[in-house]
Design a protein around this ligand. Sequence first.
Ligand code: GAP
Length: 669
Amino acid sequence: MAEPKENLQMEKVVSLCKRRGFIFQSSEIYGGINGFWDYGPLGAELKRNVKELWWQAMTRQRDDVAGLEATIIMSPKIWKASGHVDTFADLMRECPLTKKRVRADQVEPQSGKALYFLGAIGDSNFGIPATDNQFTDFGQKAIEEYVLKDKPSSLEQISISKLTAYVEELIKPSNTNDTPEQLANKAQIIATGTINRLCKQPITVLAPNGKPQESAVKKAVEFYSEILKVKNPIPLFWQIKQAENSVDFHPESGVLLNEARPFNLMLQTYVGPIQSEENIAYLRPETAQAIFAQFKNVLETSRQKVPFGIAQVGKAFRNEVTPRNFTFRSREFEQMELEFFIKPDEVIEAIHGNIAAPTPNSQLLSPEPNWGWQAWHKYWVEERVRFYEGIGLSRETLGFHHQTPAELAHYARACTDILFKFPFSKKDENGNVAGDELEGIAARSDFDLSQHARFSGKPMGVFDDELRVAWAKLPVAKQKDLLMRYQENRLNYHVKTGVPFDQAAKQATDDANGLAKGQYIPHVIEPSAGVDRLILALIANAYTEVTKTDDKGKSETTVVMKFHPRVAPVKVGVMPLLKNKPELVNKALAVRDLLRPWMNVFYDDGGSIGRRYARQDEAGTPFCVTIDFDTLGEKPELLDTVTIRYRDDGKQERLKISELLPFLLSKIR
Ligand code: GAP
């Protein structure tokens, strides 16, 4: 997979976002803060529209979903139960020189010459301080004669084998009149003296193809002096090896990365005045867990019955190690999550006798009572794609990634990621773009509710009278078969979460016996989308350059943001033809006030009408309404009509003011 070298399209999108007030860098006047972004006037409107449309589609337009708005900080026990405290970590590798971390699976391959250094000799002693004068003299001499006489620009001069040869030469009997005892003593002193100035920490640095090897020596010197505080270090070069497409070197420093270590992504704080271990709390890394924790309360107060869902939109925080691609991977972001609770397949089978088996071509448009988890999962993937299509992301701009068994969490049965082809998305060797994750739709079994039941000690199961009645009518063989399957699944859950086998077997039997009484723990399908990623996808998708050439052959390229009217930040621009004609202005203000309660209107009376249209095109406003002299009745038959201009093709037509509101509403809803 190759990343486009220079991503011009992305640069243009980022620049437009700042220029037009969609997205700004957070704390920009202080140099910014990595991984945090602010939404400007147009961005804030766009974001509101997207969240509102999601909320409409996922809750208000449905009978089977209720909403929730929970706190960002919750009991830390929630994150213990969910597994985030123990396992919500990325495997990271750190550069020993710059301390910068990269995700172990995201290191770019590099080729070049890898220079290995075994350590460094410095001006002052390490370890045991030298007390003996002679000792110091000899050590000093060895260093001076061997290394300090030349600048260590040539690797040859600082090779450790040369140093060894030098020491050996110095203590050869033929080169001295020393007695054997004196000689042995001297050899010891030289070796120890050198060792006392020797920092034994190795480092390997890559001189990438096209860069001189000295660049690597410089990094090694920096490492020994800055990090290990060796005074005037002379790195001891050992060997050089060719590296081909190696993913072991930091992309910026070229230094060999440390071993991968897990790094927890939750941001933590303290609740209360005492900053102690027991007061640690976390900023939620996902909105989902509050839904599980409040499952029983919502169930009891909303008059919902399984299958039903709980939806939530809100902030989430992750201390991402490498925030990147503009807002795509941020440290503070928003999620739109639905936890849709369904009956386990065994329950469906007990009640309905069979489970609907979706084929790849099944059109799952409206839920059926005999849907098992596979049908529900497929339905939600399709439903979410329909949502994206409805706000302007065509199927061609999307992609899918079906997680492999190796990628799936141990409790998940399936997970389909909906991808969007971002300008930064990588191309494969055939030039095809798969895209990057916009939303994940996971079938998470009964793991989450089971975990909260175990950690809180509160039951999370439901009672289903339909199941109890149906169960009693089942043939014994069928009951046995269903019990065995349910029991096996529950046993898997208990064992995988660390319960000793005997205990797990007993709990699984108890769980299965609950079925006969109409009790079970619901399973869940989770469509989980990122607001910020969707905003970025919408902006990238809308960005269009239009080049026009005038009669004199002069070309001008302008940007038109072709947002779907449903998400467009401003729905309509209202403009009097001239701003110095009070009759036109008053009429235009009246039109603005007519539309304002229903949509976001931008009133603009500055500059030529062409300039005003261009400004609205760049903001992505789908319609502009102009009030001219015909509106005032210059041509009597056109009295109280306006010109409506369409952003995408620049076409204009006249419409009665009385028709304007219903027309616009039909387009933006
Ligand atoms: N509850 C499941 C969950 O949180 P996830 O795949 O980690 O799953 C869901 O996150 C969605 O949240 C992603 O598909 C993405 O759109 C968004 N998201 C996750 N991490 C993000 C980040 N660092 N910056 C922006 N959006 C992020």
